[in-house]
Design a binder for this molecule. Structure first.
Ligand SMILES: Cc1cc2nc3c(=O)[nH]c(=O)nc-3n(C[C@H](O)[C@H](O)[C@H](O)COP(=O)(O)OP(=O)(O)OC[C@H]3O[C@@H](n4cnc5c(N)ncnc54)[C@H](O)[C@@H]3O)c2cc1C
Length: 390
């Protein structure tokens, strides 16, 4: 029975009637993207069920470095920059909000990054970076080789200079994602295990999801935040132009006080984290959905690390992780209403910036679902409508 105030299959009235058993929104995926959207939706008063087939933050969102870096990566300088800056200001707001709601400290902290140059071309590139970053009010200092060594005496390899970034922050990506889901549940959201294998439809209208165990979950709208698996055409879900980009990280035990900066050169980085371990990474590989740590990646990371800091030869590897970044064909996120479907939304494709951008993505997608974008409308370069989904 409907009570008259409900919109069947779309929205419950909040009183006791048959329609109230269906959530307003189903969010598929319990990584940073899904967690952020789900949290923003319950804050707007909607009934939300999150469905995750493994466990919360059990893929890239739980093992990422957690860097909030507005100065590097695809679309920077360019269309991602303003969203990256907004991401940092939202993380600053979220950290105390989530700690109040859940008791979980997401370990947001300012970090100093030191980008190195080892030849004249590299140094010229740093000089160009200083120019555009200062124009964007990002704090940077250019150092010569002696300046770098006085900051980080363990860097004994060839150097021509370095750039100290003072606009960088980081979080613990696992604690961050877990805190979002915990806050979501405490605000009335629910989370259930399940492998979503298809959509329930009434014509173009999406009315819920089908699970791998043969059951189904009805819901008013569905948000797909399924990370790299959204590009896995084997399921009965729309096929996104998203590919998995594998990345691996080693955690090293190396007592001492050095590596106070996050040091990076050509894709390799060295950073001491609050847990005292020195994290070194990373790799970028197109190897499908294989997310097992490999000896080849371990050796390549260690070779890059030792070229920068031979002192780490004696470090002990205590953890080696591998996971998959969701990367789109144009390296921009895919957000909002999906063309060809009524009531289906995307929150995906943040690539190497999914922790940084997730608070922005959460607000943008929640705005699209509720029809009230506030100050976070989906920009055209992120709009899901730029693609078709087979
Ligand atoms: C080595 C490495 C380092 C990184 N460092 C940084 C960094 O410093 N800063 C930064 O901002 N980003 C970083 N990233 C990127 C960031 O981790 C990702 O962009 C982000 O975690 C993606 O989040 P997501 O929620 O889209 O995907 P995921 O975290 O992959 O979550 C997707 C979830 O959906 C679930 N799922 C998929 N299909 C289904 C289904 N059919 N039914 C139910 N559940 C399903 C999966 O089980 C998974 O839990 C890094 C990534 C890697 C690999």
């Amino acid at each position: 029975m409907e009570c008259g105030r409900c919109v069947p299959g779309r929205r419950s009235c909040g009183t006791r009637c048959d329609v109230t058993s269906a959530p307003d929104v189903i969010v598929v995926g319990g990584g940073a993207a899904g967690a952020s959207v789900a949290y923003e939706l319950v804050k707007r008063g909607l009934g939300v069920t999150m469905i995750e087939r493994d466990s919360i933050a059990s893929h890239a969102s739980g093992f990422a470095y957690g860097g909030l870096f507005p100065t590097m990566g695809a679309g920077i300088p360019g269309p991602i920059l303003s969203h990256a800056k907004r991401g940092i200001s939202l993380h600053k707001r979220l950290a105390p909000e989530l700690e109040d709601a859940t008791g979980i400290d997401i370990e947001l902290r300012a970090v100093r990054s030191l980008d190195l140059a080892v030849n004249e071309d590299g140094y010229r590139h740093l000089q160009e970076s200083v120019k555009w970053q200062r124009e964007e009010d990002l704090e940077v200092d250019l150092l010569d080789a002696d300046g770098v060594r006085s900051e980080e005496p363990s860097l004994t390899g060839e150097l021509t200079g370095g750039l100290v970034q003072r606009s960088h922050f980081e979080v613990d990506s696992y604690k961050y994602t877990l805190a979002l889901v915990t806050a979501f549940e405490r605000a009335g959201g629910s989370h259930q295990p399940g492998d979503v294998v298809g959509l329930l439809r009434d014509g173009d209208r999406v009315t819920g999801v089908a699970l791998g165990n043969g059951s189904s979950v009805p819901g008013g709208s569905v948000v797909l935040a399924t990370g790299p698996w959204s590009g896995d055409g084997s399921k009965g879900l729309p096929h996104f132009p998203v590919k998995p980009k594998k990345g691996e990280i080693l955690r090293l035990r190396f007592p001492g006080r050095d590596f106070v900066h996050r040091i990076s050169l050509a894709g390799h980085y060295i950073a001491r984290k609050p847990d005292g371990l020195v994290w070194v990474g990373t790799t970028e590989e197109d190897v499908g959905f294989d997310d097992r740590p490999s000896t080849a990646a371990r050796d390549s990371i260690m070779a890059g690390t030792l070229a920068l800091a031979p002192v780490l030869e004696s470090a002990e590897i205590v953890q080696h992780t591998a996971c998959l970044r969701p990367v789109t064909s144009d390296e921009m996120p895919i957000l909002g209403a999906m063309p060809g479907y009524d009531g289906l939304f995307a929150a995906n494709g943040a690539g190497k910036k999914g922790i940084l951008l997730s608070p922005v993505m959460g607000r943008m997608v929640a705005g699209a679902v509720t029809g009230n974008s506030g100050r976070d409308p989906i920009p055209v370069e992120f709009d899901a409508a730029r693609f078709t989904y087979g």
